[in-house]
Design a protein around this ligand. Structure first.
Ligand code: ADP
Length: 416
């Protein structure tokens, strides 16, 4: 729902930007036309002022050409004096609002060159006078006056000031809107994550506490000393549950303190096969509870690698724990060996598997594959995030292969 809202707002913002850009180009071409009209009107007036044309009935379109955007060329039967041409052009341009610099030249077809050139700056234009460049020759066949507007585009843009400023303001407002939208979305997302976390937290701690409570009630019975079997069983339950709780608290504390930082990795020579055995020992209660079968295929028990013992063991525990948690009748195969320049530790299970689309997310902090409303397997979504950070700290990689309903393989690859 929220996603759609954000998506449609983004599309809307995109549309507004496109429409605004469309209007800007429209206004630009309108201003271009306006400029052209004003120039033609001024030139018509100059023609009349100076009586440059012997045949007043000849339509103006035939006399005025626009060989390039910045150039206007007009046929003259008689070339006027430089002073009067300059004077009238200045006058008519100012009457018809052509307020930009112009360079002019009078071309004589008999001498095949410009007989004079002049530059008329406008104070209003605010541009520096460009040094006189030679004017190009567009036609040698007849006498004409050539006008060149060196700052035409800037002038037209200047006329659009209002539009440009209002568009910039609009774009800024839209950017602001987009940013607030982004933060709003993120805030909402974080709130969801937090809610999930609190739910998981309650789940995760309630059960062991309830079990401890019941076990300690049993131990508080008066005749308990007469039943040493019971005493032993219930105290071991309490022990197991406390260890479990301790592990969870450790995980949470670690995740809070190592927030986004790299895990501190202290490498030493370790025997990974031994770490795997230790990890399996620690998980023995869970293995028994799930009646799991674990096959260990170690290629070389004496093999050493450089790794952080404590952290690597934690990574292995997390992967094994998941394999047990997410399988109904777990059959787990743990394998080690060499793969090219890496040492690999692989944990294969026959559990529920992970759909392909979720695999890229499972290493994110607090991420859990959505299972609808039923969360029969508890967890914080922290385990794999740890594993990833630990493996990253060893410059290693993790490969995941999974088929929903068939099982999953996690393969840690650590460089030698
Ligand atoms: P959690 O505490 O939820 O187990 P993890 O970070 O360990 O958190 O795992 C993230 C998610 O990846 C789990 O919620 C689960 O959906 C999925 N997952 C991890 N390992 C397995 C596995 N072996 N089989 C199926 N799903 C798994």
């Amino acid at each position: 729902m929220l996603k759609w809202l954000v998506l449609s707002a983004t599309v809307l913002i995109g549309l507004i930007v496109i429409v605004q850009l469309y209007w800007l180009t429209k206004v630009y071409s309108f201003e271009q036309k306006q400029f052209n009209n004003n120039v033609v009107k001024s030139l018509r007036a100059v023609f009349e002022d100076l009586e440059m044309n012997d045949n007043p009935n000849q339509p103006l379109q035939q006399l005025i050409h626009n060989p390039a955007d910045d150039y206007y060329l007009f046929k003259a039967d008689t070339i006027p004096e430089q002073d009067s041409l300059t004077f009238y052009i200045r006058k008519e341009f100012s009457d018809f609002d052509v307020l930009t610099d112009v360079k002019l030249g009078a071309f004589s077809s008999s001498s095949r060159k410009y007989v004079y050139e002049d530059y008329i700056p406008t104070t209003a234009s605010g541009f520096h006078v460009t040094p006189a460049l030679g004017l190009p020759v567009y036609s040698q066949d007849y006498d004409h006056i050539l006008l060149y507007f060196p700052h035409r585009s800037q002038y037209i843009l200047g006329e659009m000031n209002f539009w440009i400023i209002s568009s910039v303001a609009l774009f800024l407002a839209l950017i602001g809107l987009a940013i607030s939208l982004f933060y709003f979305y993120r805030q909402k997302f974080l709130a969801e994550v937090q809610k999930d976390f609190v739910n998981n937290f309650t789940h995760e701690f309630k059960t062991p506490l309830a079990v401890i409570r019941i076990a300690s009630d049993v131990l508080a019975q008066n005749d308990i000393t007469e039943k040493p079997d019971r005493l032993k069983r219930y105290s071991s339950i309490i022990q197991n549950q406390t260890t479990h709780l301790q592990n969870q608290v450790e995980k949470l504390l670690k995740s809070a303190s190592a927030e986004n930082k790299k895990f501190p990795i202290d490498k030493e020579s370790v025997k990974p096969a031994r770490l795997i055995e230790q990890a399996l020992n620690k998980l023995q209660p869970l293995i028994e509870q799930k009646k799991a079968r674990v096959d260990l295929k170690v290629d070389d028990y004496e093999m050493n690698i450089q790794a952080d013992e404590g952290h690597l063991e934690l990574a292995i525990i997390n992967i094994l724990e998941n394999a047990l948690k997410y399988s109904n009748a777990p059959h787990i195969i743990v394998e080690t060996g060499k793969e090219e320049s890496d040492y690999f530790i692989s944990v294969k299970d026959n559990g529920i598997g992970i759909e392909k689309k979720y695999i890229k997310d499972i290493f994110k902090k607090f991420y859990r594959v959505p299972t609808g409303n039923v969360h029969d397997v508890k967890g914080f979504g922290l385990g794999l995030n740890f594993v990833k950070r630990i493996v990253d700290g060893h410059d290693g990689r993790i490969r995941v292969k999974s088929l929903p309903g068939i099982g999953t393989e996690f393969r840690l690859l650590l460089p030698f």
